[in-house]
Design a protein around this ligand. Structure first.
Ligand SMILES: [Zn+2]
Length: 494
């Protein structure tokens, strides 16, 4: 551990040289201020590749494509899911049979050391999104970054040999980062994209967090889930032993957390209150925190290994990471996304700053932690605490959050925080800015004015680039045009 920390420190101190000695000056490879957009295969098929690329350049001065090349999810792949309005372009019908997978062509030689089967997405038979888009993009001077994420279907053959094991010893249908099948799958995909295609870089994302935060429900997701937390698989137990963490004490701590959450939500609430009882568990079982760190190290080791692999193959091509939106809501997850630490193994960070859906999502986070850690507070008090702990000001009260969203000031502040966080290193901050992420029926919707404000705020905050998110197939053209207006007014092009 110590040796790694020392090396990372040394690396970020040495200007222009990454952890493993590769030059990390991206200026030769990338535009000085990349204007990026996330886009999936279906848009090129629905609207025509040349037409989509021309639209990007014309409406929003886009020069970098973040192609959704691997996902089984609906966040970055496919059209809008049923229930969300289709935008004013593309095919006006829902793709209910969406499957997902690798939207390029998996080459089997790169997946020999993993049980996880590399599946070509069956959605568009005979179509390879990179092969189609890359030459047309390069002809226009646009860069192409492969964008892939940790979102699987449970039925992917061989995935069960990489599953996490929960505190009760049951398998959970999500991959363990310490399982060699998982690591070798991501390394295979990294190598496949870089060797099989002349793409300009890679971006990977994982929207998951450690067992403590998951138990607490400290996210805008599905709420507390203490009975399913992990990982306690043999690989993780071995890593714990190596770190000197007592496995039995850790399990007892997580079981105590499960009991505490059950009591906090039930009629027999703890006599000492939710927070004091929680803190007692933590003091009695510090292994709970040890296991949280262990989980994070598993993910960071994956980042380090992918970064090393990518730069062994293509020293000048940037590799970076998507930082999950929970970073904006939960001080717990936020503490674990140490931007300075990232500089040792990141050429860029796409820090998610989705301002519209940020409102309803923040409200859901508050509702979640109000049922566990902050059960002694009112929702209004939890909101105020969350804002103050994260140095937000001027954001909406809890009753207005779902309809107000978060402000452009939030975007400016979060950008500045990220830029400051990576100072001294060579890591670029390319914030993820939202256009038309679906929200509930009566919740905040994107308008041209707020896209314009958010993009302006990003550059006022000192951003080195921008990534319009999440996918073109959900964006309205007037909102995309507003992003372009802000870019043209703000960014000086060479
Ligand atoms: Zn594990």
């Amino acid at each position: 551990m110590l040796r790694r920390q020392f090396l990372e420190g040394a690396a970020s101190a040495a200007v222009g040289v990454g952890l493993f000695g590769w030059p990390r000056d991206l200026t030769a490879q990338m535009p000085a201020t990349p204007i990026g957009i996330q886009v999936g295969a279906v848009s090129f098929l629905d609207e025509g590749t040349d037409k989509v690329l021309d639209t990007f350049a014309e409406l929003a001065a886009i020069d970098t494509l973040f192609l959704a090349t691997f996902t089984y999810g609906r966040g970055i792949g496919g059209r809008q899911p049923r229930g969300s309005p289709l935008p004013d372009h593309g095919k006006q019908e829902y793709d209910d049979t969406y499957h997902g997978g690798n939207f390029a062509t998996p080459h089997p030689q790169f997946y020999k050391n993993t049980s996880i089967q590399p599946q070509k997405a069956p959605d568009h038979p005979g179509y390879d999104v990179i092969a189609d888009v890359l030459p047309r993009a390069h002809k226009r001077g646009m860069k192409v970054i492969c964008w892939f994420e940790d979102v699987f279907r449970k039925d992917v053959p061989g995935l069960d040999k990489a599953f996490e094991v929960d505190v009760h010893g049951q398998p959970q249908a999500r991959v363990c980062y310490r399982n060699p099948n998982t690591l070798n799958f991501w390394l295979g995909l990294t190598e496949d994209y870089l060797r099989s295609y002349d793409v300009d870089g890679l971006m990977f994302g994982s929207e998951r967090q450690g067992p403590l935060n998951t138990a607490l429900g400290a996210s805008h997701g599905g709420g507390p889930a203490p009975s399913t937390v992990g990982c306690f698989c043999p690989h993780c137990l071995a890593a714990a032993k190596k770190e000197g963490i007592n496995v039995e004490r850790a399990k007892q701590g997580y079981l105590a957390l499960e009991k505490w959450i059950g009591a906090t939500k039930g009629k027999d609430r703890p006599a000492d209150g939710a927070f004091v009882t929680f803190w007692r568990i933590l003091v009695e079982h510090p292994e709970v925190l040890g296991w949280e760190r262990l989980w994070n190290e598993g993910l960071r080791d994956t980042y380090r290994a992918m970064y090393r692999k990518a730069h062994d193959l293509a020293a000048q091509k940037p590799m970076g990471w998507h930082i999950w939106h929970t970073n904006s809501f939960a001080p717990f997850y936020r503490a674990e996304q140490d931007y300075q630490m990232f500089t040792a193994f990141s050429d860029f960070l796409k820090v998610v700053m989705y301002h519209n859906s940020g409102g309803p999502r923040m409200a859901r986070y508050i509702q979640n932690v109000n049922s566990t850690l902050f059960a002694d507070l009112t929702p209004e008090q939890t909101t105020e605490l969350t804002y103050r702990l994260q140095q937000y000001s001027g954001e909406a009260t809890i009753d207005k959050l779902p309809t107000a969203g978060l402000s452009a000031e939030y975007v400016r502040r979060e950008t500045r925080r990220a830029v400051t966080g990576v100072s001294g290193g060579r890591t670029r901050i390319w914030p993820g800015i939202e256009i038309d992420i679906p929200t509930g029926e009566n919740e905040k919707k994107t308008t041209p004015d707020d896209v314009y404000g958010a993009v302006k705020a990003t550059f006022e905050g000192g951003a080195h680039g921008i990534i319009l998110s999440r996918k073109y197939s959900e964006m309205r053209l007037d909102n995309l045009r507003a992003a372009g207006r802000a870019v043209r007014e703000t960014v000086k092009r060479a």
